[in-house]
Structures are given as structure tokens and as C-alpha cells.
Write a new protein. Structure first.
Length: 202
């Protein structure tokens, strides 16, 4: 074989390997890893690439949904809401992913004083959660925040018992933190109300 033909053959083989590796899964999986590690700006860069390489409705939905979750974690709530709603409208993606999109939207609606919309998203998330206890607990913890203050502590105690059955044990950590934050908020509110009453009576 002549040298120039050999060089062309090598270059062709190398280019084939490169293009084979640059597919949707590679940047999307990297984005998921960066998301889990809290490297949100890196996740956004990877998701831009995965969106360009997405060739199916499901792939597009996965990228858009993770974009929404990433912006939510970054407190970019307007962008998060837009991406999450777009992902949900596709009606594509795994059930667990779609449940997470609804959970994030429910939390957003709750923070925007839209309890009815929040409750609807939590209900849809529960239908998608099937028998996934991790998702079910996330949903229940979100629903607690929509209830009157005098009911929330008992609800949190009930959910706390369920968390101990989660495996692996690491899966319990975010839920325990959630309970701690909600409990502290309830205590602070009760303390503030008590001080207010004391000042009024005096």
C-alpha cells in the first residue's frame, strides 16, 4: 500500500472512532455526574452538547428535564420552570425522571404561593413514582409543606420512620436534612409567635 493511502486509511479509522464516541449518552451521562456532584455550570455545558446530539423525543426530554433540575438547584427559578414544563409536555422519558420534574415544579409552585398547582404536580409525581420509596418520600416531604403548621410536625415524624427503611443508607441523607430544615422552621415560627404574644400581653 502506498504511504498516502495508508495515511488516509489511518485517518479514516481515527475519525470513525471519534464520531462513534461523540453520541448523546456521553455528554448526558457526564452532565448527570456533574449534577450529582454539584458542578452545575459544567453540567450546563454538557447538556448543551447533549441537546445538539439528541435525535429522539426521549433524549430531548431527558436533556431539557435535567436542564430544568440544574437551573432549579442554581436558584434560576424562571428558567427552571420553563425547561421543566417543556420536558413534561413531551410526555417522554423514564417515569422516575418525569416524577422528579413534577416534584421540582411542585416545590417551585409552593414557594410562589400556588398551593393548588403544587399539589397537582405532587399528585402526578406520585402516580409516576410507582413503588419507588425514595421518590415517594420526596413527594411526601413536599406535600407536608403545603399543610397547616399544626399538622406538619406529626407528618414529619411519620415520614421519619419510613426513611430508615431506605437503601442504600446514603439515600436517607437528603431526606433527613429536609426533615431537619422543616423542623427548625416550625420551631422558629413557634418561638417567634410565642415572643409576639408575650410582647402583646405585656
Amino acid at each position: 500500500m502506498k504511504p498516502w493511502r495508508y495515511l488516509i486509511a489511518v485517518l479514516y479509522m481515527l475519525s470513525s472512532c471519534v464520531f462513534a464516541e461523540v453520541n448523546f449518552d456521553s455528554p448526558y451521562n457526564q452532565a448527570q455526574q456533574n449534577f450529582r456532584q454539584g458542578q452545575y455550570y459544567l453540567a450546563l455545558d454538557d447538556l448543551k452538547t447533549s441537546q445538539q446530539l439528541a435525535s429522539t423525543t426521549e433524549q430531548k426530554a431527558k436533556s431539557i428535564g435535567l436542564l430544568g433540575l440544574t437551573h432549579y438547584r442554581m436558584h434560576h427559578y424562571q428558567q427552571a420552570e420553563s425547561f421543566l414544563q417543556e420536558a413534561i409536555r413531551t410526555q417522554a422519558g423514564e417515569k422516575s425522571s418525569r416524577a422528579q420534574w413534577h416534584i421540582a415544579l411542585a416545590a417551585l409552585n409552593g414557594s410562589q404561593n400556588q398551593p393548588d398547582s403544587a399539589l397537582q404536580h405532587y399528585q402526578e409525581a406520585m402516580q409516576l413514582a410507582d413503588n419507588n420509596p425514595d421518590l415517594q418520600i420526596s413527594i411526601q416531604l413536599g406535600q407536608v409543606q403545603l399543610k397547616p403548621s399544626n399538622q406538619r410536625l406529626a407528618e414529619l415524624q411519620s415520614i421519619f420512620k419510613k426513611i430508615n427503611s431506605l437503601n442504600p443508607p446514603d439515600a436517607r441523607i437528603p431526606h433527613l436534612i429536609n426533615i431537619a430544615v422543616q423542623t427548625r422552621s416550625l420551631i422558629n415560627s413557634a418561638t417567634s409567635a410565642s415572643h409576639s404574644e408575650s410582647r402583646t400581653s405585656s
